[in-house]
Design a binder for this molecule. Structure first.
Ligand code: DX5
Ligand code: ZN
Length: 219
């Protein structure tokens, strides 16, 4: 079994202190940093873009796990690669040609992720799984932090894990949205090996990041 990794979402961080917040995450044992990029079009919220990622790059050696919720995504991929992303995750609905966008990310020597919304079926990516480094399963409708976890996506994770094992593939299974100290265990048991978390990491236990990361890892 793959080691469980935690990818804290800086969407719940103090935006006026992002450099320090990232340092705290690194000291607290985060495995990577989840950056939620929203465009006010693909999702009804607006967050940050390449200049902020570039500015943050010097504050940590941890990989940047960049979740692009922007459409059309293809023409912006290079900008995120140049800004310092390590993993670039896109939504199939946000590109005209998913296969091309996957190849583009790979050609930039970045890890490629594909994200599935709660209503999006695995069928869309089954044929492409051997090209993908990470599948990001959304457990809320993307757009905002602090939403309620949708347990129905656990079935999708189980299905994906089964296919992964049958085909002997290596991709990571990441879950994103509403993860807390109860459903983390369900997500891990279903087959997820990377947990994204914003609210739980920054707001629980008076913002004790180290403790919250440890608690999320324990199943
Ligand atoms: C939602 C984002 C998530 C979310 C995680 O669109 O992709 O990364 O902000 O935050 P919590 O853990 O608060 O649901
Ligand atoms: Zn995200």
């Amino acid at each position: 079994m793959k080691k469980i990794q935690i990818s804290p979402s800086i969407l719940s961080a103090d935006f006026s202190q992002l450099g320090n917040e990232i340092k705290k995450l690194e000291e607290g044992g985060a495995d990577m940093i989840h950056v939620d990029v929203m465009d006010g079009h693909f999702v009804p919220n607006l967050t940050m873009g390449p200049p902020i990622i570039r500015a943050l790059r010097q504050h940590t050696k941890l990989p940047f796990d960049v979740h692009l919720m922007i459409s059309p995504v293809h023409k912006y991929i290079q900008d995120y690669a140049d800004a310092g992303a390590n993993i670039i995750t896109i939504h199939p609905e946000a590109t005209e040609n998913l296969k091309n966008s996957i190849q583009h990310i790979k050609s930039l020597n970045k890890k490629v992720g594909v994200s599935l919304n709660p209503e999006t079926k695995i069928d869309l990516i089954i044929e492409l799984l051997d090209e993908i480094d990470l599948v990001l399963i959304m457990s809320v409708n993307p757009g905002f932090g602090g939403q309620k976890f949708m347990p129905k996506v656990l079935e999708k994770i189980k299905e994906l894990k089964k296919i992964k094992d049958e085909k002997n593939l290596e991709f990571d299974i990441e879950i994103d949205g509403g993860i807390n100290f109860d459903n983390n265990k369900l997500a891990i048991a279903a087959g997820a090996n990377i947990l994204v978390s914003g609210t739980t990491i920054f707001k629980n236990n008076n913002g004790n990041i180290k403790k919250n990361i440890e608690l999320l890892k324990s199943s």
